[in-house]
Design a protein around this ligand. Structure first.
Ligand code: 5GP
Ligand code: MN
Ligand code: MN
Length: 478
């Protein structure tokens, strides 16, 4: 892809027209400024967006967020909506870590009152929350119980003493998506999932102790319980080996399906099946089971985080602000060309960002809009925004999910020394507890784009509105 093939709409919006490649059914709309757009041209992410524009039944445009980078088939930071009647569903458009997502919890604990206990607290968190590759979780279950987790999501955690009602109310979809089907889940996935509920994983997944450094919207921040100078905690995890196996199973199964349904694709990593087919429905049901697994996983972890926090800082409560998916396919209604259309919104490395008044939002967020959680890196700020009407109109109610990578994992490991990085962060007052120093190097702040610039693009195009900025004090990396 070449900058010459991209039309500038305004400072923060760009378009790749359908005429660029013969297979494109819809244009690609990029939300970015020129500098970040040029950065995106350094990898294959925009070519991948152009390829994704070939999927049958797409409506509107394929959307690209400012944090875009290359992924499997689809770019990470991509959003695509397909008509439920005529469209397809593509596992690559959702991602291997189904319902990877972020949860934010907030407290009234002032940063100053926490500081002297912070390292001890972080060590206790590290003990309470299993992390690392293949690590067993807080909860280990048999297949029968796993089935309930897949059907009930965070509801299972509530029934089993790992959640408060408020946690459920302040999670996307109440922490459970209807329509999960255990029968669509392979035995291998079930085996991999049975032991990992309540585990963080490795690499990019983290638990981070932050403080609210700045508030931009007093009213919205107050509704979320975010106060300047207070401690907040972010948790980033997904569906572990379970979701990965579900994705793997269907990517394999779908390889043969495209031909059966006469679907031609410019890249085989885009494999898909009609939403209205046996295969498409099976994937949707299994994907929902994995999404519910992830909701439950984050909930169980969050509960352990809360217990540790409340033991360490008596008298302070850690309440849920929001729990948000950023790798998921959702059936939603959107207005496209003046009409209401039922679509499957593929959000891969992108969050939902519904506007104020949307019926799917919990009561307390009706007025301000949905909280949008945008982590930056362990050495920079993270942002809390709210969804907007512009997002509803421009991006199927979606926003960016992070800063996005600039360095591949391999590159980052070459350029960064993990031990040195840990010391640099410590010198800046950020305490790091990591499973491996090599893993830490992959996650160096310089491996990610400039988060503040991403947010400037988001504000510029109106996909979200800033509420607060968080700054890290301690981080746990698996
Ligand atoms: P992903 O789900 O695509 O792996 O990551 C989402 C985003 O999280 C990344 O784009 C990056 O900006 C952010 N991120 C990765 N590691 C950390 C971390 O340790 N702390 C914070 N606050 N953000 C991180
Ligand atoms: Mn993620
Ligand atoms: Mn993940």
């Amino acid at each position: 892809m070449d900058l010459k093939q991209i039309e500038k709409i305004n400072t923060y919006e760009w378009e790749i027209s359908r005429s660029v490649q013969p297979w494109m059914r819809v244009p690609v709309r990029i939300f970015s400024d020129e500098i970040m757009l040029k950065a995106a041209l350094q990898d294959r992410s925009l070519d991948q967006a152009v390829n994704a524009a070939s999927l049958p039944g797409l409506v509107g445009s394929v959307c690209v967020m400012p944090d875009v980078h290359q992924g499997y088939g689809f770019p990470i930071g991509g959003v695509a909506a397909t008509d439920v009647q005529e469209g397809v569903i593509s596992p690559g458009g959702i991602g291997y870590d189904i319902n990877c997502g972020v949860r934010l919890m907030a407290s009234d604990l002032p940063r100053q009152a926490a500081e002297h206990l912070l390292e001890d607290f972080t060590r206790l968190l590290y003990q309470a929350c299993p992390s690392g590759v293949g690590e067993k979780g807080i909860v280990q279950v048999q297949a029968k119980e796993l089935r309930r987790i897949c059907e009930q999501g965070s509801g299972w955690a509530l029934k089993n003493g790992f959640a408060d009602r408020e946690d459920i109310e302040t999670s996307e979809d109440g922490g459970c998506i209807a329509g999960a089907d255990w029968a669509a889940v392979s035995r291998r996935a079930s085996e991999r999932g049975a032991e990992q509920i309540g585990s963080l994983g490795s690499g990019n997944h983290f638990i981070e102790v932050d403080y609210v450094e700045q508030v931009f919207d007093e009213q919205a921040a107050a509704v979320m319980g975010l106060h300047k100078g207070s401690i907040a905690i972010q948790l980033h995890s997904g569906s572990r080996g379970f979701g990965h196996q579900v994705c793997t199973d269907f990517v394999h199964q779908f390889q043969a399906v495209a031909a059966k349904y006469h679907i031609q694709l410019p890249d085989r990593e885009l494999v898909c099946a009609p939403l209205n087919s046996t295969e498409g429905r099976a994937y949707l049901s299994a994907m929902r089971a994995a999404a519910n697994y992830a909701f439950c996983n984050r909930q169980v972890l969050a509960y352990a985080v809360r217990q540790t926090f409340e033991d360490c800082f008596p008298g302070y409560h850690l309440r849920n602000v929001y729990d948000l998916a950023h790798n998921i396919g959702k059936i939603e209604t959107h207005r496209i060309g003046g009409q209401s259309v039922r679509v499957c919104v593929h959000r891969k490395g992108a969050t939902r960002a519904f506007a104020p008044g949307h019926p799917d939002l919990p009561q307390q967020y009706q007025k301000i809009g949905q909280p949008v959680l945008v982590p930056g890196s362990m050495g920079t700020s993270s942002w809390v925004l709210v969804g907007t009407e512009s997002a509803m109109l421009k991006s199927f109610g979606s926003c960016s999910h992070g800063a996005g990578r600039v360095l591949s994992r391999t590159q980052a490991k070459k350029e960064v020394n993990g031990g040195q990085l840990r010391e640099e962060l410590a010198a800046r007052g950020i305490f790091v507890q990591a499973g491996s120093l090599r893993g830490l190097a992959e996650e160096a702040p310089r491996a990610y784009k400039n988060i503040d610039r991403v947010i400037e693009c988001i504000e510029g195009t109106g996909l979200g509105r800033s509420v607060a900025r968080l700054v890290p004090l301690a981080v746990i990396k698996g």
